[in-house]
Design a protein around this ligand. Structure first.
Ligand SMILES: Nc1nc2c(ncn2[C@@H]2O[C@H](COP(=O)(O)OP(=O)(O)OP(=O)(O)O)[C@@H](O)[C@H]2O)c(=O)[nH]1
Ligand SMILES: [Mg+2]
Length: 181
């Protein structure tokens, strides 16, 4: 989950390149099949749900999407929710874990202003860190804010061009996955 454009689909594209686990994606957007097409072009199975006017996915939509995915063939199923820092946080779509992205160019007040979303996060990704030189952004203060809202939350910095940062996300997912087998 995240605001529009924080880098959700980009992260999934990068995970397609280096993750050891097999995954599929249920995509949520108001309109278009674009995100699902982006992932399919990377060899990832993706089902697009178009919500029309709804600002979030709900469990019924995700359930319908899951019928088009062969869950026996994958280790992880990602749900990329509609880009929105408010509504998706209030709907349980059945996920085991929630990853919330917030990007540097969105500004350094977003975590404090949208606490409902960050309270739902198991992992917060502060994305687009390559843009830090161009924005006033106090990384440590933002991390402290996230931990004020949810003390046990995990936090990683992500730059889509830094493969080590993507690998750290893959490792987190793999670690959590192994706790469930
Ligand atoms: N500079 C920079 N740009 C990034 C990074 N990650 C993603 N972007 C760019 O941010 C834009 C939006 O990325 P998407 O991955 O489409 O974002 P999204 O969260 O999936 O967007 P929605 O699905 O519309 O909510 C694209 O132009 C990406 O290339 C990053 O780490 N650094
Ligand atoms: Mg997307």
């Amino acid at each position: 989950m995240s605001s529009p454009g924080s880098g959700k689909t980009s992260l999934l594209e990068s995970l397609a390149e280096l993750a050891d686990f097999k995954f599929s994606v249920v995509e949520g957007d108001l309109e278009t099949e674009r995100d699902a097409q982006r992932l399919r072009s990377k060899g990832i199975e993706a089902v697009q749900i178009q919500t029309g006017t709804a600002c979030h996915l709900d469990a019924f939509m995700v359930h319908k999407g899951l019928h088009d995915i062969n869950l026996d063939l994958i280790d992880v199923c990602f749900i990329e929710n509609v880009g929105n820092l408010v509504c998706p946080a209030s709907y349980d779509v059945g996920t085991h874990l929630n990853i919330v992205l917030v990007s540097v160019p969105e500004g350094e007040d977003k975590i404090a202003k949208y606490p409902v979303m960050f309270r739902q996060a198991d992992l917060v990704l502060i994305t687009k860190t390559d843009l830090l030189p161009h924005f006033k952004y106090d990384m440590e203060a933002e991390k402290a804010e996230a931990r004020r809202i949810k003390p046990n939350v995990d936090i990683l910095e992500v730059n889509i061009n830094d493969l080590d940062s993507i690998k750290a996300v893959a490792d987190w997912i793999e670690f959590k996955r192994k706790m469930r087998v």
